[in-house]
Every structure is written in structure tokens, then in C-alpha cells.
Design a protein around this ligand. Structure first.
Ligand code: GAR
Length: 192
């Protein structure tokens, strides 16, 4: 299984995938390219680990730029790890069931356009939710609505802030992201 990891920010989830490949916990899996939609620290992490990077030009036909690189690198699956651009319908359909996204809430709650990062956690706190969590789901053209692969919960404590909730959820995210990649890999090994 050869992954493309799409990023826009810090890249801590990308780093987690890299670490799990290096430790061979993610055995049989490689990263062929890291695709970024902006200059970000995740890009730096990719370069530090000698991974190919593609910085897309959003002013041009960026879906075509990506597709060309995915083909060139024989990519089989895509992980959106904090990628903030919206992929178009054609792209999502051509990668159906091979394209997953990580989201920092218990979808279908607190998803959709504009819901990312701290905004999600602040909304959870504002609505006085008692629990939150993280979700890995398959990507469709409808933002954050594809079928759920894995989801894990945590408590929202009485004195919780958006920052503390984000830190808590970052830990959960890493676990379910790695488990999800293992599930996708197991599917590629199945003879059925
Ligand atoms: C993660 O918390 C991920 O769930 C979130 O962006 C963060 C990226 O962190 N994604 C979204 O909010 C998508 N709607 P990272 O760059 O350190 O991996």
C-alpha cells in the first residue's frame, strides 16, 4: 500500500504515520508523496524524512496537478491529515473507498464547511457537550459526511478549554488514524 498524505498545518499526524512506518508497526506501507496546499511545518517534516513533496498551486488546476503526481508515484490510498482544501466531486469519486479524512469531533456533530482545528473544540465547549472525540471517515464530495471507519470518544471536563480539548483529542486522533490505515491495508491483503 502506497500512501499520499495531504496536509495544511503542523503535520503531527503525518509525523505519527512516518514514525509508525519507521518502527514497522505499519508494515507493508510506504508514503509516496506528501501533498500540501500551503507552505506549512508538515512540509518541513516531510523533507526532514526525505519524502517527496508536492506544494500545489491553488491558482491553477490543482486537482490535475495532484492526479499526475499520484499516478507517477503509484499511490494506492490517500490520507487527509489536517488538509483544509475541499476536494472536488470527480476526485472524491475516483478515489472512492481509498480516501480517508481525520476530523477532530464525533461526526456527524461539529463537521462541515469551516469546521476545523480550534473552531471545532470551541463549538463543542460552547454547546456544553459532555463528550467529544475524533473520527476517521471515507471522503465523499459532501464535507465530513462519508461513512465512518473509526471513531473514539473522550470526556469534556468541567474546566475544559478549546486548547486542552484539542490536546486530548490529538492523542486519540493518532491512535484511530494508525488503526484506520491498518484496516485499509488489511483490505488490500484480502482475497475476497
Ligand atoms: C487535526 O486535529 C485534524 O483532525 C484536523 O486538523 C488537525 C491537523 O493537525 N483536521 C480538521 O480539522 C479537518 N476538518 P496536524 O497538522 O498536527 O496533523
Amino acid at each position: 500500500m502506497r500512501l499520499a498524505v495531504f496536509v495544511s498545518g503542523n503535520g503531527s499526524n503525518l509525523q505519527c504515520i512516518i514514525d509508525n512506518i519507521q518502527s514497522q508497526f505499519l508494515n507493508g506501507i510506504t508514503i509516496g508523496v506528501v501533498v500540501a496546499d500551503r507552505d506549512c511545518y508538515a512540509n518541513q517534516r516531510a523533507q526532514n524524512n526525505n519524502l517527496k513533496t508536492l506544494l500545489i498551486n491553488k491558482k491553477a488546476d490543482w486537482h490535475t496537478q495532484i492526479e499526475a503526481t499520484l499516478k507517477e508515484e503509484d499511490i494506492t490510498h490517500i490520507v487527509l491529515a489536517g488538509f483544509l482544501s475541499i476536494l472536488n466531486k470527480t476526485f472524491c469519486e475516483s478515489w472512492k473507498n481509498k480516501l480517508i479524512n481525520l476530523h477532530p469531533s464525533l461526526l456527524p456533530k461539529y463537521g462541515g464547511k469551516g469546521m476545523y482545528g480550534l473552531k471545532v473544540h470551541q463549538a463543542v465547549i460552547d454547546h456544553k457537550e459532555k463528550e467529544s472525540g475524533a473520527t476517521v471517515h471515507f471522503v465523499t464530495e459532501k464535507i465530513d459526511e462519508g461513512s465512518i471507519l473509526l471513531q473514539r470518544k473522550c470526556n469534556v471536563d468541567l474546566n475544559e478549554t478549546a486548547d486542552s480539548l484539542q490536546n486530548k483529542i490529538h492523542e486519540i486522533e493518532k491512535d484511530i488514524l494508525i488503526e484506520s490505515i491498518k484496516i485499509l491495508y488489511a483490505k488490500t491483503q484480502s482475497t475476497y
